[in-house]
Design a protein around this ligand. Structure first.
Ligand SMILES: Cc1cc2nc3c(=O)[nH]c(=O)nc-3n(C[C@H](O)[C@H](O)[C@H](O)COP(=O)(O)O)c2cc1C
Length: 260
């Protein structure tokens, strides 16, 4: 048993404030190497990672991503793209179509999903690798907002679309004493045996009881006797940023399908 890995996974928490300290080339190279050790469909690496080093681009990304200023201050900013474009180019360079006399087909949503899986799996590898290298990290879900601006900013072709974003660097405050965020108990939640089980009220209240206690402890409830559902409904589900995510994601998915 590798207890160090178990502790690393168990103790990891998102980091949103970074030291100014630069990450050395050796550490960065190791981080890249370990990120690419992620499994990928057919070992095709159906993803690309844009490493943003230009401060102006970081600042614009911060704006695009719901004005999260910490993005502009992060030493490492990686945008993970679900990327079928490079394989389409590779097929062309290799004249694969002509060699087999099999006409090119349209790139579809199955292709998109596989590319997404590859990109997101690689991003989580980066999270664990960063942790092992002493770096903190945080995903930025808002990278799927404002697609038109992002597309221009990073010159994205129609078959290379945003999948995930990570900011990384040395943690500013070693908050080792801070509790890790709660998760449901594996015995009562998330895992379903041999088929989908629609959750009863009791099931879901039980699944989120640790979150409930955490939110109450931090006095985050928007209303008296509120639930975790109330918190997310008010803060996230009905927010303008979720409307924007849905609009923007539809735009890049439509473009993926329609611009062949
Ligand atoms: C897909 C995804 C998107 C996220 N987006 C953001 C974000 O935009 N801003 C942020 O501060 N944290 C973001 N997070 C971090 C989560 O808030 C965090 O993972 C969660 O609260 C659990 O905390 P932990 O990572 O410390 O265990 C995101 C995490 C994921 C997986």
């Amino acid at each position: 048993m590798n207890t160090e890995t178990i502790t690393l996974i168990e103790q990891r928490k998102s980091c949103r404030a970074f030291k100014k300290e630069e990450v050395s080339k050796e550490v960065l190279d190791q981080l890249k190497y370990l990120t690419l050790r992620a499994p990928s469909a057919g070992n095709m690496e159906l993803y690309s990672i844009i490493e943003v080093t230009d401060n102006k681009i970081k600042e614009e990304l911060a704006e695009i991503c719901d004005n999260q200023k910490m993005i502009a201050n992060a030493p490492i900013v990686w945008v993970f793209l679900a990327d079928n474009n490079k394989w389409e180019k590779y097929f062309t360079y290799s004249s694969s179509e002509e060699k087999f006399n099999k006409p090119r087909r349209a790139t579809g949503l199955g292709d998109m999903h596989l590319c997404m899986q590859d990109a997101i799996i690689a991003s989580q590898n980066a999270v664990i690798a960063a942790e092992a290298l002493g770096l903190g990290s945080c995903f930025i879900g808002d990278i799927i907002e404002n697609y038109e601006r992002l597309q221009k900013l990073l010159s994205l072709p129609s078959h290379a679309i945003p999948a995930a974003m990570l900011i990384m660097g040395y943690p500013l405050n070693e908050k080792k004493s801070d509790a890790i965020t709660p998760r449901p108990d594996t015995a009562s939640a998330i895992f379903m045996e041999n088929g989908y089980k629609d959750l009863t009220k009791e099931d879901i209240y039980s699944e989120y009881k640790k979150h409930q206690a955490y939110f109450e402890g931090k006095k985050l409830m928007p209303i008296e006797n509120g639930t975790v559902a109330d918190y997310y409904y008010n803060r996230k589900y009905t927010s303008s940023f979720m409307d924007e995510m849905n609009r923007s994601a539809k735009t890049f998915i439509d473009r993926w399908i329609n611009e062949q």
